[in-house]
Ligand binder design. Structure first.
Ligand code: ZN
Length: 122
């Protein structure tokens, strides 16, 4: 899918996860993140390798696409240029300048709660 977050929003999400005390849980580098994704697809992922940054990112993409209906993923797959989910969210909601901050904060809180639930954080 041609959805790739811009540097500004990716860095912002990472900072939000780090600021919430989860820096040590973020997968180290691209290889570790790719392995984690592979484990998840294969159904062999364990909670010990849960990556809050990838989880928050996946959650935001899913929340963005869901209300747009089943055609949305296909639409974004077909566009030739990369589309940043959060840039697109802001563009679609000009009346809510705080929407990106709210989504990043909300996904960070949800992921943090999950980390506590599975015993990765106190
Ligand atoms: Zn962006």
């Amino acid at each position: 899918m041609a959805m790739k977050w811009c540097d500004e929003h990716w860095t912002g999400l990472r900072k939000s996860i780090e600021d919430a005390g989860m820096a040590h849980l973020i997968a180290r580098g691209g290889a570790a993140a790719a392995q984690r994704l592979k484990d998840e697809l294969a159904g062999t992922a364990t909670e010990a390798t849960f990556d809050p940054l990838m989880a928050a990112w996946a959650r935001i993409d899913a929340c963005f696409l869901k209300p747009l209906g089943p055609g949305a993923a296909l639409h974004y797959m077909a566009v030739p240029e990369n589309v940043c989910t959060l840039c697109e969210l802001a563009r679609m909601n000009p009346q809510s300048p705080e929407i990106v901050t709210n989504w990043v904060g909300g996904s960070t809180r949800d992921v943090r709660a999950h980390c506590v639930e599975i015993g990765l954080l106190k």
